[in-house]
Design a protein around this ligand. Sequence first.
Ligand code: F6R
Length: 608
Amino acid sequence: MCGIVGYIGNEQAAPFLLDGLKKLEYRGYDSAGIAVYNDSGIDVEKVKGRIKVLSDMLQGGTRVKGSLGIGHTRWATHGKPSDINSHPHMSETGNFAVVHNGIIENHMKLKNHLQELGKSFVSDTDTEVVAHLLDHFYKGDILDAIIKVINMVEGSYALGIICKDDPDTLYAVRKDNPLIIGLGKHENFIASDIPAILEKTRDIYRMQDNEIAEIKRESVTVYNMAKEVIPFEPYHVNWDIGAAEKGGYEHFMLKEIMEQPKAIQDTISPRIKNGKIVLDEMNLTPEELNRFQKIVIVACGSSYHVGVVSKYVIEKLARIPVEVDLASEFRYRDPLVDETSLVIAISQSGETADTLEALREAKRRGAKVISVVNVVGSSIAMESDGVLYTWAGPEISVATTKAYSTQLAMLYMIAIYLAKQRNRIDDAAYDHYVSELQRLPSLVEQALQNKEVVQYVASRHFNAKSIFFIGRNIDYALSLEGSLKLKEISYIHSEAYAAGELKHGTISLIEDGTLVVALATCKKLFDKTMSNAVEVKTRGACILGLTTEGNEKINDVADHVFYVPEAEELFMPSLAVIPLQLFAYYIALMKNCDIDNPRNLAKSVTVE
Ligand code: F6R
């Protein structure tokens, strides 16, 4: 949802800004721009299209001179993608240049007010008001002007600001949107995410809400809104730069699919000690764990799908009711949560606006909130009562794969842990689930070996108009993710349905040759799912079955089959998701789609 970079140092800013933006392209990619301070003032270069268009236009940045600058890659919210709506935005006087990630919710009111004062606007964006307001309030002290602007704007923002009057400072502000400061030698940086600056520095400070940073070549000072200097604690990033690069794969998505065994291993193994699951990070006492009367899971997109799978697992093992809510719905429906509820927020980025707000709403109502998050120090992590990090490493592909898998593994752990703490399973069952959990990385590794059959089926169906995914119970929960993965990267219309529900309306869409993916890993419901598959087959559908190795019965119904290794039934989504991710990937590849950056999407959704 827009990416920001900024540089101040002794090198040329533009090549770094373009390179940093390239690494942030997953956050939005409908237009891009940079502003660099030089002798002639602030040079702004921006254009509709990918970073490459900008980079070609600027000959890799060599055309723009100067060692202080800001850059932006956009995912449009206010104002369609166009040259003029691209960031940076300038104040009318040309004194301030601003890049912004987020939404200024009261921008219309502010714009009207500024227009009454005689300011004229050139773009349709909400961001432009920030540039004009800075000019309006600037009376010689930039910090004062920034504080006044922040006090006026409502909404969420990460801002990078430079001013013509101050060639030696880069300013940064954040509220409800990520922004990091990278600390270098004789140079410093800002960025929306670590990969943009990792080649330059590993010493990072993650800005907190309502902090303002004054960044110079040799120093960084952080202020609060009362203009008091506040201490800040940088941390050292120890993951390898290769983690944020393709490493020989054609796409990040495929690389991240292949990384799943390790990611799951990294997530579960530090938390299993002497055969016991230790989740101290939840920050909950045994009394609290026993007091909760229900669990509410809030999340968006694929993270929500993890929640749907978890409902089956937690209810089955820990015998506690679980509600799964789309975070965007939870926030506004006057939810029934209080101090007897445990709320679990799931988010890869830790910055999803709706999930963050749902978390805040739950806390206001007295609930304890724990989060399952991939990005260390992100807003959701910081605001939760306890945080369980998934150690998936950076996920660059917009379509999530390894984050989904690690979230699933983390939720299984929570389920087993709760079951034990609440005395719902005996020692033998506990040991069984823990050892099944530990088998997952190698089973996922095996599931990844069956790529050829997935490629073959993809080659037969990549021209499909519409593909359905059906399943029962936990297979249904997984079908949601299979369907989303396919549609988001291949642009093939797809729907996921509880297998028993199809005949209540949607079956009318089945035509000759429609592909229906029947997920059937759940043994006790296998025959029922097959009956539903037959119902659509008799109406012309082609059936792609997915089941466990050795189950030959599926061939009676299915035209093609994806087999996956067998594991504890409750954990089967971790294995069954593998061919579904690969299926989406190969179909998108055959359709020549932009796999890592599908149209209209952005990796981190920091607006409502
Ligand atoms: C789909 C996908 C999205 C995210 C959703 C939530 O592949 O990645 O549906 O799952 O935008 O994002 P996070 O998990 O960062 O809160």
